[in-house]
Design a protein. Structure first.
Length: 490
């Protein structure tokens, strides 16, 4: 026996299973970023209009964001391993169809199905991690590995997408998923613990499921289309109101149903609720920054796709260094809250520095400090947020908590990107109308977006300072009704 109380072979098998889970998750994260890099090639090859091209992204986001909570809960009911394997199968098969697509409609349809598979795979991973790793020190390390994949995968995807698109063609950004998906599926059947779930009858609420999926899909659709129709348009406001009404109907249904699909008890934990709110604000800022920062490098500094990926590589390295090595130790020593707030402060500082990058920025002096601040900060933030957001996860509800974490991340990211991109575009258009050069107008628009992104992170800091409990610990007892922390001996 070792210090974890497990036989060495069983202990080793558990960590290998974590690697397998994260390999499947990395495939999902990489795919989201890689496609962004390849969009110009896809547009040229399949003759997309600019407006239709957005649906290569939007079709995926609508399915992915709309289903995360539902499939996370289904994992609790019928088995998280079963949902994970089914999601891998759907995602890998849809990736093959995407790679073979020679028609716009087929590609968009396959991307929607890919989103379904991505939601099924992603929604249950954190739930499996917190049930496999229950000791605080182990759980902190395992969540650090997961957080590295979640946060650094986007930066790695920028580089991988550029290499694949330029060296071969855009079809291979989808074909590369096939060997990863097949290998992960085979290893998962051998290594992941089998769980039967608590039984479908414990949450067999079909009307609730319809209300939940309809509200979330409509909300994501409204957000991604707002940049086309305007935030104040009747279309955006009308669809947004319907999405809110459907969500309110779902909450009312869950409060009265005999066997609710989503037990509302998970929101009784102040830590869980506040952590998810902070995550939505943080990713709204940082995800929008990644997208607009890549555009700044391409359209103002004239970097090619590979150079953009290399420029963001320090972010991935910073996240790796912190989340894989130091963040778990810091959380165990000082607690998740101080570690989270320190990381958010670094992220906000990085965004403030980015807003000062000039039209003729030099990478080493103007951009590298930004990448290092963001990398180290995100490496502290994501493991801390994941730990706090999973604090109310009982074995029966861990899939739900995992789906909630992913849902707030996706909705926050989509909303942040839509708002920041709209503000940047409006600012750029105004300046160009007054005679500013294209480069100056674009840069000023991006600066405005980075300023708003920094403000969102500062708001998250303020919420954390005011509302998060101050327990000096990194891991939490799985009690959804209250915030009780498991403490390591000091």
């Amino acid at each position: 026996m070792n210090e974890t109380g497990l036989a060495p072979a069983a202990d080793r098998s558990k960590w290998i299973a974590l690697v397998v889970l994260c390999a499947g998750f990395l495939m999902i994260i990489l795919d989201q970023t890689i496609v962004n890099v390849a969009l110009p090639s896809i547009q040229t090859d399949l003759h997309f209009s600019q407006s239709n091209l957005a649906w290569v992204i939007n079709a995926y986001l609508i399915a992915f964001g709309g289903l995360l909570l539902l499939v996370g809960r289904l994992g609790d009911l019928i088995g998280r391993r079963r949902i994970f394997l089914a999601g891998l199968t759907v995602f890998t098969t849809a990736s093959l169809v995407c790679g073979l697509a020679d028609d716009k409609g087929l590609l968009i349809g396959a991307r929607f199905v890919q989103g379904v598979g991505g939601a099924m795979t992603s929604a249950v991973i954190l739930g499996m991690i917190v049930t496999m790793f229950q000791r605080p020190s182990e759980q902190a390390k395992a969540i650090g590995v997961y957080s590295f994949v979640a946060a650094a995968g986007g930066a790695i995807g920028l580089l991988a997408g550029g290499v694949l698109t330029q060296a071969i063609n855009w079809h291979w950004i989808f074909f590369v998923n096939l060997p990863i998906g097949v290998a992960t599926g085979i290893l998962s059947t051998r290594l992941l613990p089998n769980d039967d779930g608590i039984g479908l009858e414990k949450g067999a609420d079909a009307p609730g499921a319809v209300l939940l999926v309809a509200s979330l899909m409509l909300a994501v659709y409204t957000i991604v289309e707002a940049s086309t129709y305007g935030w104040g348009s009747a279309r955006t406001l009308g669809f947004g109101a319907v999405a809110v009404a459907l969500l309110a109907g779902f909450i009312g249904r869950q409060a009265t149903a005999a066997n609710p699909l989503i037990p509302l008890r998970i929101f009784r934990s102040r830590t869980v609720t506040v952590a998810n709110l902070m995550q939505a604000l943080m990713v709204a800022g940082i995800f929008g920054m990644f997208f607009l920062g890549a555009l700044y490098l391409q359209r103002v500094l004239h970097y090619d796709a590979i150079e953009v990926g290399l420029a963001f590589l320090p972010v991935a390295l910073g996240i790796a260094g912190m989340s894989l090595r130091f963040t778990a130790q810091l959380m165990m020593r000082f607690g998740a809250k101080p570690t989270l707030l320190a990381g958010l402060a670094l992220v906000a500082a990085g965004l403030v520095v980015f807003r000062s990058a000039p039209v003729n920025a030099a990478y080493v002096t103007d951009l590298l400090p930004v990448m290092l601040l963001l990398g180290v900060g995100a490496g502290l933030v994501f493991p801390s947020l994941m730990t706090l957001a999973m604090s109310g996860a009982t074995p029966e509800d861990s899939g739900l908590a995992s789906g909630l974490v992913n849902t707030t991340q996706q909705v926050g990211g989509a909303l942040g990107l839509a708002v920041l991109a709209t503000l940047a575009t409006t600012r750029t258009g105004t300046l160009q109308a007054h005679g500013a050069s294209a480069a100056t107008a674009l840069t000023d628009g991006y600066h405005l977006a980075f300023t708003i992104a920094a403000a969102l992170v500062v708001v998250a800091i303020a919420i954390g300072l005011a509302l998060l409990p101050s327990n000096r610990t990194a891991a939490v007892v799985s009690l959804p009704e209250e915030d009780v922390f498991l403490k390591e001996a000091a």
